[in-house]
Design a protein around this ligand. Structure first.
Ligand SMILES: [Zn+2]
Ligand SMILES: [Zn+2]
Length: 327
């Protein structure tokens, strides 16, 4: 029980977490400046717009809260069973050692400043790229889409919507994180020895820290801040991620990026921001009567995956039967 409560409070007190209260506070300040300066609202109207009760306490937001809590319980039990970054790092490290023409610490003489700068950038870029790729797969592969649809079923966005995921999507992303960290740490330690370190601010990778301080939480909000066109090729703006949640067909499969927009630019899925004030958010599903019920969010995806796998197996069975009948 104590473990559970510390996991919950840690999300708001640990600067490595997106919803760290310091980042939320800065996001509120950024949003207020935007509403006052860009939207020309009075302070009273800006505050009313920002803390819109019909968004903060909507059915969708209430289910975000529930999923946040229930997923923490699920992951508390499942996380210890998953492969760790240490295990992955150890396997890769031994593999590199077995290659005869590679030598431990071959670049150990490199100035520490360069090693730390390269490692900090590499781990950030690899982490962001793997998030992009897996997010893209989540939209392309029916089995993964059944899970990811839970995130997209949100009809209003608040910072907690980031945790509105099916717990199995959480598992996929924990494994992704372990691989990213394991690969980065083992290869860098093998090449550069013990000089490998991260540039951090309050224990957070400096790039991640800058992104969070710059209002990362507004991506899941109704504050449609848009960047300059040139910047939206490099970093995903809040309005660009809000378009990713739109039900409009022209926004389908756009803006998969977490922090960097360059991946969407390279893979042809970049959509520059638009005015998001009148966007309809969610997924177009005819058969969902209760889109925010825990049954729809937890059980329905599993049933869908079961049906998809059964139809795949059925097709395979028919294919092999036809082949054997030919012979
Ligand atoms: Zn998505
Ligand atoms: Zn989202």
């Amino acid at each position: 029980m104590i473990d559970f409560f510390s996991t919950i409070t840690e999300h708001f007190s640990d600067p490595r977490k997106r919803v760290f209260l310091g980042y939320i506070f800065l996001s509120i300040i950024i949003a207020l400046i935007w509403l006052l300066a860009k939207k020309k609202l009075s302070l009273k109207d800006a505050l009313r717009y920002l803390f819109n009760k019909s968004i903060l306490f909507s059915k969708s937001s209430q289910s975000d809260f529930k999923l946040f809590f229930f997923n923490r319980i699920f992951l508390m039990f499942v996380s210890p069973l998953l492969v760790t970054q240490l295990a992955i790092a150890t396997v890769i490290y031994h593999f590199l050692q077995s290659i005869s023409w590679l030598e431990f610490g071959m670049f150990v003489e490199t100035p520490k400043l360069i090693i730390v700068g390269t490692f900090t950038t590499f781990i950030f870029v690899l982490d962001d790229f793997t998030k992009f790729i897996i997010h893209r797969w989540m939209h392309k592969w029916p089995i993964l889409w059944s899970l990811h649809k839970v995130h997209h079923s949100a009809t209003t966005l608040t910072p907690l919507t980031i945790y509105r995921t099916h717990p199995l999507e959480g598992v996929v992303f924990i494994i992704r994180g372990s691989f990213t960290q394991g690969i980065s740490i083992s290869t860098f330690v093998f090449c550069f020895g013990n000089n490998v370190d991260l540039y951090t601010v309050i224990g957070v990778n400096v790039f991640v820290f800058c992104f969070n301080v710059a209002g990362s939480n507004l991506r899941h909000s109704h504050i449609g801040i848009r960047y300059w066109r040139w910047l939206e090729y490099i970093i995903i703006s809040p309005a660009q991620h809000q378009l990713h949640h739109s039900v409009a067909i022209r926004h389908y499969d756009k803006n998969f990026g977490a922090t960097l927009a360059v991946w969407d630019w390279i893979f042809g899925s970049l959509n520059h921001s638009e005015d998001t004030e009148h966007l309809t958010l969610g997924v177009k599903e005819k058969d969902i009567s209760e889109p925010h019920s825990l049954h729809t969010l937890y059980v329905k995806p599993i049933r869908e995956i079961y049906t998809t796998i059964r139809s795949y197996v059925g097709h395979l069975f028919t294919y092999f039967k036809a082949k054997t009948d030919q012979h």
